[in-house]
Design a protein around this ligand. Sequence first.
Ligand SMILES: Nc1ncnc2c1ncn2[C@@H]1O[C@H](COP(=O)(O)OP(=O)(O)O)[C@@H](O)[C@H]1O
Ligand SMILES: [Mg+2]
Length: 320
Amino acid sequence: MSDNTAIIQVETLTRRFGTFTAVDQVSFQVERGEVFGFVGSNGSGKSTTIRMLCGLLAPTEGTARVAGLDIRAEAAQISSHLGYMSQKVSLYGALTAQENALFFGGLYSLPVARIAERQRMLFPRLGLTGREHMLVRELPSGIKQRLALACSLLHDPAVIFLDEPTAGVDLINRQVFWDLIRELAAEGKTLFVTSHYLDEMEHAQHIGFIDRGKLIGFDSPLGLKVHFAGGYRLRLLHDEPQVLATAAASLRTAGYRVEPGDNGEVCVLLADGSRANLEQLRRRLHALNPTLDGTAALPSIEEVFAGMIRQHQPTQEHKA
Ligand SMILES: Nc1ncnc2c1ncn2[C@@H]1O[C@H](COP(=O)(O)OP(=O)(O)O)[C@@H](O)[C@H]1O
Ligand SMILES: [Mg+2]
């Protein structure tokens, strides 16, 4: 491995279950203090990768280092350096929030006084004050997720793995949760996060896309947009639908790729978002109708992912 600032170094990591390869020769690095987004459809190998990186599942081939430790040779020591929030929240519903903290702190062999100290620090910060004595099964899902995060932070780990932490959480609580993720990264923690909500990955410094066990893309959100989603989209809005329809027809005739947008607008896709190209399009629009205008934007992470999956499975239809 060339870069010694990487806190997670994954090298041709592979896991087979019988003859089925769930994780296939995956290699990448994550820098200290960054939010890394790990994205892929259901069954693509995200949780299996995380379980190997947390020392919970042995790789079939390849290896990785997490926080300086080899996941094969030093699997037993790894857990004290990392936090892990599994996909299925593993809290005990019949225990209170505080009892769960005591239980999970005990798993990390923390003394009770240290757990209490960490709880006094973490509960207010994660919006859990006043919930200490409530039964976990009575907590709303957004609060439960934050309690699970608190439990994974009790031993103050350097690296935190969050496997779909916002699944089933409402939008406001998802935003609160992501604010916490960014704060932790700003303090130097490294966060490895999987999510089904691709829009959340705009917050990540780097994103890895996994498809049927293979890493098919790895870059910053901006890098992915530039390289994989065919450049810019120019959105045209107009009060009169007829003006938009005429413009769309005329642009298509001129060879532009035109698609309907979400809100009745017209989207012109530009493979090359250079100034010259945008200027040429702007002049064409002005000639069509001086009241026509548009805003250029980069594609969303969802569009990047859809494009990437299409490239890798040209014969199959895929949902974005
Ligand atoms: N213990 C196991 N035994 C057999 N197959 C497994 C096991 N764990 C996971 N798999 C399979 O490996 C693939 C990847 O699973 P997983 O890593 O959970 O995907 P994801 O988290 O991306 O949804 C799936 O096809 C799953 O059925
Ligand atoms: Mg999973």
